[in-house]
Ligand binder design. Structure first.
Ligand SMILES: NC(=O)c1ccc[n+]([C@@H]2O[C@H](COP(=O)([O-])OP(=O)(O)OC[C@H]3O[C@@H](n4cnc5c(N)ncnc54)[C@H](O)[C@@H]3O)[C@@H](O)[C@H]2O)c1
Length: 352
């Protein structure tokens, strides 16, 4: 029987991963941990509540996390816990530095002292920064070049993970960098659910600047499948050469090579909802320092582990839009708690 400790389990990807594991491994023990910060949504776990061990805990709390490890003795630790919204990070960067950098290190340290079979840290494509003109994509060999408060905090966590991989070679650590995810349970402050929930409430959809920022999109189920494959992969030995060749570290870039502008995404969402883009799109001032373009290349994951994305974008987007249409109670309950989630950068540097 395998025990998983899933941190950030009330968030978008963490909760999808909890469902994913329980659907495929009915005997698995899943410890779902979250500190219930702003983007947490406990109802994401309602359907599996009887089958999980739910813990309210903070990955920055060394003693608390040590107690969780001693109580449950996890085989796998999958760290999704993060502050994840780029707009919110511009308004309040401190919370991002705390969880995404210090929390990542704290959890690694607990895994060092209370050994686990594999510790998987979930990072993001955004740590690589913005693609220069003429550069087709990032790979595991690309230097970290984060430029926003969110991605810089994630990159700091990333550096600590790399340091642990190379310094404590007795530990088995893996790390992922994933493209932008979409799917059910995504908090309605993020692009796709914000657009859908605005339209369903009869509001126009705000598009930052010209909307030509390019993003790389992957369905959350394909992300979960990649994480599962990485947890099952043979151990990836770390050698001294990794110091100058980071692609030799157990780091995996995950993408479906599905690149679209934000404007194109919004147009497609509007078409699926039967609304005319010309009438419903409203261009608004852009967030300061918004990344223009990023794309990553998943060749290592494909060739070494045989992973392939399975969800075609048109099908996945249609299913996602339908899910938000069919689960109005889910997102209305969130909005009743949070109030309006859109940021307005015309109002100044806090976006409010
Ligand atoms: N959403 C994406 O498109 C995407 C893409 C690539 C990578 N990622 C990464 O995947 C991970 C999950 O992202 P998400 O979109 O599900 O984010 P999310 O904001 O929906 O969920 C994050 C969860 O972590 C919890 N959390 C925050 N601080 C915590 C702490 N100190 N201790 C315990 N729990 C804490 C929050 O309460 C929330 O439930 C993040 O590390 C993010 O950087 C996300």
């Amino acid at each position: 029987m395998t025990t998983y400790l899933v941190t950030g389990a009330c968030g978008f990807i963490g909760s999808n991963f909890v469902h994913f594991v329980l659907e495929r491994e009915p005997g698995a023990v899943v410890v779902a941990l979250d500190n219930l910060s702003f983007a947490a949504n406990e109802p994401n776990l309602d359907a599996v509540r009887e089958r999980i061990r739910f813990v309210v805990g903070d990955i920055c709390d060394f003693e608390g996390m040590t107690a969780v490890y001693r109580r449950f003795r996890p085989d796998f630790v999958v760290n999704f816990a993060a502050e994840s919204h780029n707009d919110r990070a511009v308004a309040d960067p401190s919370a991002f530095a705390r969880t995404n950098a210090l929390g990542a290190q704290c959890l690694l340290e607990v895994s060092r002292r209370e050994p686990v079979r594999r510790h998987l840290h979930v990072s993001t494509i955004e740590v690589y920064g913005e693609l220069a003109a003429g550069v087709p994509y990032f790979t595991e060999a690309s230097p970290l070049n984060a430029k926003t408060p969110y991605s810089a905090a994630k990159a700091a966590g990333d550096q600590l993970v790399r340091a642990y991989m190379q310094t404590y070679r007795e530990m088995d650590i893996a790390m992922t960098h994933c493209a932008n995810n979409y799917g059910r349970f995504q908090f309605p402050e993020k692009l796709i659910p914000l657009m859908i929930t605005n339209v369903l409430r009869g509001r126009k959809v705000p598009v930052y600047g010209d909307g030509l920022q390019q993003r790389d999109w992957l369905h959350v189920d394909d992300h979960c499948r990649a994480i599962r494959a990485i947890l099952d992969a043979p151990r990836f030995p770390v050698d001294d050469a990794a110091a100058t060749q980071p692609e030799r570290l157990p780091i995996w870039d995950i993408s479906a090579r599905n690149e679209l502008t934000n404007l194109e995404i919004v147009r497609r969402v509007l078409e699926l909802l039967g609304r005319s883009p010309a009438e419903w799109i409203e261009h608004v001032p852009d967030r300061p320092n918004h990344d223009r373009r990023y794309l990553i290349e998943p060749a290592k994951l494909e060739t070494v582990l045989g992973w392939r994305p399975e969800v075609d974008f048109a099908t996945g987007l249609e299913a996602t839009v339908r899910w938000y249409v069919d689960h109005r109670d889910w997102w209305e309950a969130i909005l009743a708690r949070t109030g309006e989630l859109a940021f307005d950068w015309a109002r100044g540097p806090a976006g409010r």
